[in-house]
Design a protein around this ligand. Structure first.
Ligand code: ISL
Ligand code: CA
Length: 561
């Protein structure tokens, strides 16, 4: 694959509602992001992915758009948006917006029209179906957030489909007029000079046959994920989208595509594919998949994780790239997800950072990840805001689970874990806002905050900074950006390790995932220690002619040439 301008970029995800509140209403906003651009520039990132800031009733925090051409008033104005693009540009940072076009808000003008009557010109812009013979929903599909994916409309006596919340009706991509209207909107935004788009839930735009499936859960419904993702014919729409919009600009697009077989995943990216690259969720789904068995903790281990990472790396090896990520606004914090609570510390946090940032692909850092923010445990469901947590909570109670058991599942899985306000300092409300924030701050903000990490030269923040520099501005860039990925020590139960190979230079990333000292002998000749998460690895690391023998400490991670 020819080299693309975005191959060496690092992307930082901002969840605007929780990033920084500039006007004291408890909600993060665009001027608040502008205030923090220098902080982000200092970290070394190139592109900011902004979760949605369009006009929205915020049933799903902006993923329910009421007007694609307007900024939500809680976030600011279109002038603020233009200013953000310009100010970021001054710092060599591009803005990537979120493109949510599988569905709109039920408050969008289009849906209001569509709802009016069966013969309204916009009726066909959404998916309306007659009730089943028994008067119930047309199919037994479960929405991603729990409950039926169909909602009945009294007035016209039909059901409409919503893959997500009932306030998020799915758009009907079969309708050409609708598609053209979407492309017009996409181009309107691209003309503003965006760096690109992150494309939301796009796997779902092509629906398969509308038929009942074998129930897979206690509620008698069947999970919509596997039923409607990546259906035959989806590529025609995606290629059209690409032709009419993306391909005419120098931008980068990254899409949310749902786990499927490796061979299929590749159809979406690379030369001729509709997107530049995608999020492949196989490693996050290994630990927790948003499916019917929401209450059940997943049994995973390092061997499985290694295998999946390796599969993902293999899938996109030759002529494509993949998004490298451990967190986003839908996932619990990576420290809680991949580590036992008692093992969360600066060594293990740095280990996770090195292991994912140095694989082959385009790394994403989610806000707060760089300072080691962790999950939150609110005492009551009342404190939660996430539509998915609340939906699944209700579903679990209805299915007879005990309240404390369900709350525990919410602690582990809630999307609010990553949505708590960004912890800037140890002042009231963690420096996020002068007012009570829309979602409670994590009580650990006095220890874990930006002010602290900036004052500590050995902090996680500076380690991320080192990793970014290593990728971009070191003698190892070629290896880390273009080099081949090769897993090593596949059978080892304690270590995750891989090589990044370019020409005759080899870089090894090797991480001890255990909370204990483990000695290891490696049949490689050591040239240099490039990076470590312990201050004194260099003095302890000696190599014989063709062997490296080393006593790794808990979570010790080495990057070696
Ligand atoms: O987070 C999930 C379940 O709790 C995922 O299944 C998630 O819903 C899926 O990845 C799609 O996510 C995207 O679209 C949703 C929105 O709620 C998410 O925030 C967004 O990332 C609907 O727009
Ligand atoms: Ca605000």
């Amino acid at each position: 694959m020819e080299k693309k301008w975005w191959h060496d970029k690092v992307i930082y995800q901002v969840y605007p509602k929780s990033f920084n509140d500039s006007n004291g209403d408890g909600i993060g906003d665009l001027p608040g992001i502008i205030e923090k651009l220098d902080y982000l520039a200092e970290l070394g990132i190139d592109i900011i992915w902004l979760s949605p800031v369009y006009s929205s009733p915020m049933e799903d925090n902006g993923y329910d758009i009421a007007d694609y051409y307007a900024i939500g008033e809680q976030f600011g104005t279109m002038a603020d948006m233009d200013k953000l693009i310009a100010e970021a540009k001054k710092r060599d940072i591009g803005i990537m917006m979120d493109l949510v076009i599988n569905h709109s808000s039920d408050q969008h003008q289009w849906f209001k029209e569509s709802k009016k009557s069966k013969d309204n010109p916009k009726r066909d812009w959404y998916i309306w179906k007659d009730p089943a013979e028994n008067g119930g929903p047309p199919t037994n599909w479960r929405s991603v957030f729990g409950g039926s994916a169909w909602t009945f409309d009294q007035q016209t006596e039909q059901y409409y489909l919503h893959t997500f919340a009932e306030e998020q009706p799915d758009l009907n991509w079969e309708n050409q007029e609708l598609r053209q209207e979407l492309y017009k909107m996409v181009n309107w935004w691209l003309d503003k000079g965006l760096a690109g788009f992150r494309v939301d839930a796009i796997s779902f735009i092509k629906k398969g046959e509308y038929k009942n499936l074998t129930p897979d859960g206690e509620d008698g419904l069947a999970e919509i994920h596997s039923l409607t993702a990546n259906k035959e014919g989806i590529l025609a729409y995606l290629n059209e989208l690409n032709q009419e919009t993306f391909s005419n600009y120098k931008i980068v697009t990254v899409a949310e595509i749902y786990p499927d077989k490796s061979e299929r995943m590749k159809e979406f990216v690379g030369e001729g594919g509709p997107f530049d690259f995608i999020f492949d969720f196989r490693h996050t789904d290994l630990v927790m998949r948003p499916d019917s068995n929401w209450m059940r903790e997943k049994e995973w281990n390092l061997m499985k994780l290694k295998k999946i990472f390796n599969q993902i790396q293999q899938t996109y090896d030759e002529d494509s790239r993949v998004a490298l990520f451990l967190e986003n606004h839908d996932q619990p914090r990576c420290l809680n997800k991949y580590l036992a609570e008692e093992n969360i510390n600066r060594y293990s946090a740095k280990m996770l950072a090195a292991v994912f940032m140095l694989m082959r692909g385009v790394p994403f850092i989610y806000q707060g990840q760089e300072i080691g923010m962790t999950n939150v445990k609110y005492e009551s469901i009342e404190d939660y805001n996430d539509a998915a947590s609340i939906g699944k909570y209700k579903m679990a109670l209805e299915n007879g689970h005990q309240e404390d058991e369900v709350l525990k599942a919410v602690w582990n899985r809630s999307r609010d874990n990553s949505r708590t306000p960004m912890q800037w300092d140890d002042s009231k409300n963690a420096g996020f806002s002068s007012a009570e924030p829309w979602l409670k701050v994590n009580s650990n903000y006095k220890d874990i905050n930006v002010k602290n990490v900036l004052a500590d030269p050995d902090s996680l923040y500076y380690f991320y900074q080192d990793l970014i520099r290593l990728r971009k501005e070191s003698g190892y860039s070629k290896n880390l950006i273009d080099g081949k990925y090769e897993e090593i020590l596949e059978k080892n139960q304690d270590f995750m390790a891989y090589l990044r190979i370019k020409d005759d230079k080899k870089i090894m990333v090797i991480a001890n995932f255990r909370d204990e000292n483990i000695e290891l002998e490696l049949n490689y000749k050591l040239k240099k220690l490039i990076l470590s998460n312990y201050p004194d690895s260099k003095e302890r690391l000696k190599s014989d002619r063709d062997k490296i023998k080393y006593n790794f400490r808990p979570f010790e991670t080495l990057v070696l040439e």
